[in-house]
Design a protein around this ligand. Sequence first.
Ligand SMILES: O=C(O)[C@H](O)COP(=O)(O)O
Length: 206
Amino acid sequence: MSRTLVLVRHGQSEWNLKNLFTGWRDPDLTETGVAEARAAGQRLKAAGLTFDIAFTSVLSRAQRTLSLLLEEQGQTDLETIRDAALNERDYGDLSGLNKDDARAKWGEDQVHIWRRSYDVPPPGGESLRDTGARVWPYYIHRIQPHVLRGETVVVAAHGNSLRALVMALEGLTGEEIVARELATGVPIIYRLNADSTVAEKTVLDA
Ligand SMILES: O=C(O)[C@H](O)COP(=O)(O)O
């Protein structure tokens, strides 16, 4: 039985390139991001994966990554569910600010805490814990049932919404998640046991 879950962070966005906090803002992919999404689809195809259902956020960069990836897979008609529960962490007042400008204003350490800590929210935004509080229930109720019935499921989402999911799937602590970075356009494949724990993890990098 397959019980396979594939997580993919969207390809590079215009605001990733400009080094701006993005959160719930909605920039498109860059050319590099498009190429990353296509490469992810090619790698998944080469790994022999065919999907039964796809999930993504309501933000363009994740949706476009998914559709480019599915084009490479030859699965453009795949059933796709879009939900704001999978959106990027809301970066609040930092949204649209340059990350280096923010470091100059508030200091390297404070900005790192806002970006990577588990429970310190950026001003007016969501902590990773807040993000997990919407991502994890959505995973448990909407995504996991498909995986446990033996399907192969792809989730195209965002750096921090996926970090929240990875934290729960891998049982990481609030300290351990600080160092976890997810690369753009690199699929992570989890095979689950019948009891929903992770049996095997593969990172499909180049
Ligand atoms: O929202 C953003 O700015 C990015 O998608 C993720 O940014 P981060 O790596 O600064 O958390």
